[in-house]
Design a protein around this ligand. Structure first.
Ligand code: 3HC
Ligand code: NAI
Length: 699
């Protein structure tokens, strides 16, 4: 049982105890109802306090139980809340740390609530593609007022208890405890003070109206529609709260229930739930147990103050970790610092950062031109030019000066981390930390594990990633690691689509409609088409038999490198990011097509999307089989956080699972018959073929 029962004089205390966050799984629900039965049967008990052990009151329904029989087994959450609400003895929720989702709904079913300051209060179900399904949409508006409640339900954002306690007329909290430490004592005293109060107050009995009624809900619906494209849940939250204002409580509850169950089965919710668990699973490495001792990281050195070095530095300054930046020349340092200042000043101007915080952050930054000054730092991240000779010189210097046990990381995007490690006498301390640009903004971090990287180095950098608020995914060493290795195949496929009859705008539009933040050609223009060109030139040497479209090379030969040159696949107006189709580029594509003797054909959006997405999926299957990625869900995280893959599709692997791997392979076989495409390209990866044969999925 994951809730325990104790009696303190005349007060019974039920403590949920289901680490890590007291998720309301079956055994906890049973523990609560059993405790209630004991308390109600004991004449000496006058009132009942319900609270949570450890770091939460409750994080809500047990997400890991969703989709299993246990989630449906009685007592379900609504039944548990019914037991609390119908208790003859007063039930007091003693809330602290985290009260979310079903946890908050449980508290709203109690007769009274006492909260510790600093408690994070939220109904975050919408972030899982759901709405609160145990009365949250009906009870929260009754205690907070319709507008504040709807804002919380639609955004899913957490608000601190002391802020909510200040809302005029709020009935969410009957009392605020002086501190988290005194909560237990204060809850007992409060319980005694209301032990004889009758009738017991019930949230369901409170009125629920909005003065503007229809007009307000119409306004809310319009707001939500603009914000939540691709996600059905936010609009449904509005429907449910509106029902709270217009229907009898029981009927409102029935409306909420029906919507909750329908949302639970949508692919959007399944994808978001998958991502919630995938993001947390990404931090776990199979052979690095969670109790692996970590190295202490209190200061950082960054080598190179360019685009990446500056962004990487900001992450650490933001987390309060001192950084020493090293460059070859003072001017480079000055430039790097000026860029960091410019970025922070923009944040101050937008009101996102307080001026004193900005100065505190800058005070953590020091610079040097001398490697000997790095001796005291615990970890160094190298972000110099992407040339193996330069990396060699830098790592030899780092090996000379860094203290024993310091972690030596490289931000290389293409070079062999094992080779870089071999430049030192301590390859076990070397690891790749592949940040994405802009490094101070992008959430993804690929942690590249070398052949010899020590386990405690892996454990340490995963923890450091969390500290600087990155979502880290482990990748083995290979060309392009997980993300760029897959994107190369996606780019190749984009080229074939042009050769066969598409325009860049048509391809981009189709995949953007599918939900990608940006299509391949707009992305190329943003990243710089010269980068792909350089990679292709290398490939033409390494893999002369591999088929590539040459259209992108023709574009680069015209100097159309993308936004930075004002012209790429599209034209750009200075200072703006709008991609304007260019007739000459379209003519160039057509002329090239003619020179290849290709008669263009009309290609459907569906085919465009499938070819692009399945090219990612097939390469990912190779990556999984080779052990470059530990699990399929890691690849989903890389694509959602690093490449703008639509979250409502849950990542390429989750999407392929949803489509059905059999159907994926069928489509690939069809594409392989297309004479213009590269038949080898579509040969299903052995893992993919095996999963289809066994009727299994990636995840
Ligand atoms: N159920 C089960 N496990 C949960 C959980 C939940 N509701 N919430 C968090 N966890 C688990 C995580 O999976 C993770 O497990 P792991 O250690 O095995 O990886 C662990 O708790 C810690 O999670 P975090 O890494 O996120 O820890 P933080 O301390 O950063 O955050 C939190 C804690 C604020 C509770 C955060 O986890 C969170 O926001 N959780 C989601 C809460 C949520 O969405 N609740 C609504 C559930 S749906 C619901 O209640 C339906 C109802 O209306 C009927
Ligand atoms: P950049 O050219 O903007 O900056 C490199 C900086 O390193 C320059 O300021 C240069 O003066 C300095 N430098 C060069 N040699 C040095 C040395 N021996 N000692 C000290 N400083 C030295 O390059 P950028 O874009 O920041 O890239 C850096 C690294 O990050 C590369 O390995 C690159 O592959 C990688 N990377 C780049 C990404 C990007 O989008 N730009 C994304 C992810 C990784």
């Amino acid at each position: 049982m994951t809730a325990h029962y104790q009696v303190h004089g005349d007060i019974a205390v039920i403590t949920m105890n289901n680490p890590p966050v007291n998720g309301l799984g079956l055994s906890t629900r049973l523990g609560i109802t059993d405790g209630m039965a004991l308390a109600n049967a004991d004449a000496a008990v006058k009132a009942i306090v319900i609270t949570g052990a450890g770091k939460a009151f409750s994080g809500g329904a047990d997400i890991k139980e969703f989709g299993t029989d246990k989630a449906l087994q009685e007592p379900n959450l609504n039944s548990v809340i019914g037991v609390l609400e119908n208790s003859d003895k007063p039930v007091i929720a003693a809330i602290h740390s985290v009260v979310m989702g079903g946890g908050l709904e449980l508290a709203l079913g109690c007769h009274y609530r006492i909260a510790a300051p600093g408690t994070s209060v939220a109904l975050p179900e919408v972030k899982l593609g759901l709405l609160p399904g145990a009365g949250g949409t009906q009870r929260l508006p009754r205690v907070l007022g319709v507008e504040p409640a709807l804002n919380m339900i639609v955004s899913g954002e957490a608000i601190k208890s002391e802020m909510l306690a200040m809302l005029p007329g709020q009935k969410l909290f009957d009392k605020m405890a002086a501190s988290a430490e005194s909560l237990a004592e204060e809850a007992l005293a409060f319980a005694r003070s209301v032990a004889d109060a009758r009738p017991l107050p019930l949230v369901r009995k409170l009125p629920c109206k909005h003065p503007q009624g229809d007009a307000y809900f119409q306004f809310a619906r319009n707001m939500v529609k603009g914000m939540s494209k691709n996600f059905p849940a936010p609009a449904k939250c509005v429907d449910a709260v509106e029902a709270a204002t217009k229907k009898k409580f029981e009927d409102g509850m029935a409306t909420e229930r029906e919507i909750f169950i329908n949302l639970m089965w949508t692919p959007e919710s399944k994808s978001l739930r998958h991502l919630f668990l995938a993001e947390r699973a990404a931090s776990k490495i199979p052979d690095v147990p969670s109790d692996t001792a970590q190295r202490a990281i209190q200061s950082i050195a960054v080598i190179g103050a360019g685009t990446m070095g500056g962004g990487i530095t900001m992450n650490f300054l933001n987390a309060g970790i001192p950084v020493k930046m090293l460059e070859m020349k003072q001017e480079a340092l000055d430039r790097g610092i000026a860029t960091i200042r410019k970025n922070y000043e923009a944040q101050v101007k937008k009101g996102k950062l307080k001026a004193d915080k900005y100065e505190q952050r800058m005070a953590l930054l020091s610079t040097t031109l001398n490697y000997d000054d790095l001796t005291g730092t615990d970890m160094v991240i190298e972000a110099v030019f992407e040339e193996i000779g330069v990396k060699e010189a830098v790592f030899k210097e780092l090996d000379r000066v860094m203290k024993p046990g310091a972690i030596l990381a490289s931000n290389t995007s293409t070079l062999d981390v094992n080779k870089i490690a071999s430049f030192t006498k301590r390859p076990e301390d070397v690891v790749g930390l592949h940040f994405f640009s802009p490094a101070n903004v992008m959430k993804l971090l690929e942690v590249v594990r070398g052949e010899k990287t020590a386990r405690d180095v892996m454990a340490t950098v995963m923890a450091v990633a969390k500290k600087i608020k990155k979502t880290a995914v482990v990748s083995g060493v290979c060309d392009g690691f997980i993300g760029n290795r897959m994107i190369e195949q996606y780019g190749r496929q984009g080229g074939f689509l042009l050769d066969e009859g598409c325009t860049p705008a048509q391809v981009d539009k189709a995949i953007e409609k599918f939900g990608f933040a940006m299509g391949p050609f707009r992305m190329g223009d943003l990243a710089g088409n010269d980068i792909g060109w350089a990679i292709r030139k290398r490939r033409y040497q390494e893999k002369p038999n591999m088929k590539y479209s040459k259209t992108a090379d023709l574009l680069c030969e015209k100097g159309r490198f993308g936004q930075k040159t004002g012209a790429g696949w599209y034209d750009y107006v200075a200072g703006k990011r709008d991609a304007i189709p260019n007739a000459e580029v379209v003519a160039m594509i057509e002329a090239h097509r003619t020179s290849l003797g290709i008669t263009p054909r009309k290609i459907s959006d569906e085919e465009i999307v499938q070819r692009l997405v399945f090219s990612l999926v097939n390469e990912a299957a190779h990556i999984l089989e080779e052990g470059i990625a530990n699990k399929a869900s890691d690849i989903d995280i890389v694509y959602i956080f690093g490449y703008g893959f639509p979250a409502h599709r849950g990542g390429p692997m989750n999407y392929a699972d949803q489509v059905g791997l059999f159907n994926v392979v069928q489509a690939m076989n069809r594409f392989a018959r297309n004479p213009m495409d590269d038949a080898n390209f579509w040969k299903p990866a052995p893992l993919l073929a095996r999963l289809v044969a066994e009727g299994k999925t990636f995840n």
